[in-house]
Design a binder for this molecule. Structure first.
Ligand SMILES: [Cu+2]
Length: 166
């Protein structure tokens, strides 16, 4: 576990370095996401300068859980004044529908569609064009670690906020 923790910290550093997080709260959001051990790593960018600038960005999303569980990485644009915590609160408040899907997911503008889920051990690569703005990546999957269903992961804090500058 110690070695995985080290790897997670290394990735967290890479993410926080690559994506300019405007606040300590943003950095805490990273830790909440990583606490679920679904590791988001920025692997490369399609534009020349820093990954924080607008343009094409490629993300590698790896599920490094130790037990079976599906995660997803849904990029959304945050309306002015909204933060990752608003997604968390909204998802908590609205729960799941009769099909067991998070009701709040459709409240948030999906900018890159649903790139699909990544089961434990799998990875998904996503390429997004990001104009300047404030964004979040959320997971609305509802599985529990090792099996069964529970609250949407976004309600458990699996939301990561970041900003893109011009
Ligand atoms: Cu998840």
């Amino acid at each position: 576990m110690a070695s995985r923790g080290g790897a997670v910290r290394a990735v967290a550093k890479a993410v926080t370095r690559s994506l300019p997080l405007g606040s300590a709260r943003g950095r805490r959001a990273v830790w909440r996401l990583l606490a679920l051990a679904a590791v988001l790593a920025l692997v490369s960018t399609g534009c020349s300068k820093s990954s924080s600038s607008s343009g094409l960005h490629q993300f590698l999303f790896q599920n490094k859980e130790s037990l079976p569980i599906a995660h997803e990485m849904i990029p959304v644009a945050l309306p002015s004044g909204k933060k990752a915590q608003d997604i968390i609160d909204d998802t908590k408040a609205k729960g799941v529908n009769a099909d067991g899907e998070a009701v709040a997911e459709d409240d948030w503008l999906h900018i890159g569609g649903d790139f699909g889920t990544a089961d434990t051990g799998a990875g998904v690569v996503e390429t997004l064009y990001l104009p300047p703005g404030t964004y979040a990546i959320a997971c609305w999957q509802t599985g529990n670690l090792g099996g069964g269903e529970g609250d949407p992961h976004a309600a458990r804090g699996m939301v990561f906020q970041f900003t893109v500058t011009s």
